[in-house]
Write a protein that binds this ligand. Sequence first.
Ligand code: FES
Length: 177
Amino acid sequence: MTGKVWQSSPAAAAANRRAVKALLRHFSPARRHLIPMLQAVQARLGFIPAEAMLEVAGFSSIPAVEIYEVVTFYNQFRRNPPGRHSVRVCLGTACHMLGGYIALDAWQRRLEIESGETTPDREFDLDRVACVGCCTLAPVSVVDDATVARCDPTRVDGLLLGFEQAANARKPRDAAA
Ligand code: FES
């Protein structure tokens, strides 16, 4: 779990607030509806930013700190937006024994984020997961929908280089060249 709080840009925060306000019209403000409200916010925004928590707090009259506690307690809730690419590092028993933490450290260092966070450009989000069911390939990372076998730091470098090349290929060519 990360301690870093995602900061939406002012424009994004305003748009998120509007979206959450519209969603909340479908709920009664009763406390028992808090989890469904938060689930609806996450389904709409992909995560639950601070501004959404404040909107829910205002609507339900539940203190914002309690809403923050609920969001941080349940794994189903994300406090960071999903990235364009998702990286899941397996830390199940087999992967743990065969270098899962080394792979996680490599991803964290290269992406300059911790597990549970999203890069500021929203290209990558990073999470640790339990066994993904292919222990003979340990240590495993799952990148988007692809299982990466024996994922060591060199493999991490290669994957990120591939993403960088793909991003460069998408950039429009310099017209002045
Ligand atoms: S422990 Fe990682 S795939 Fe099973």
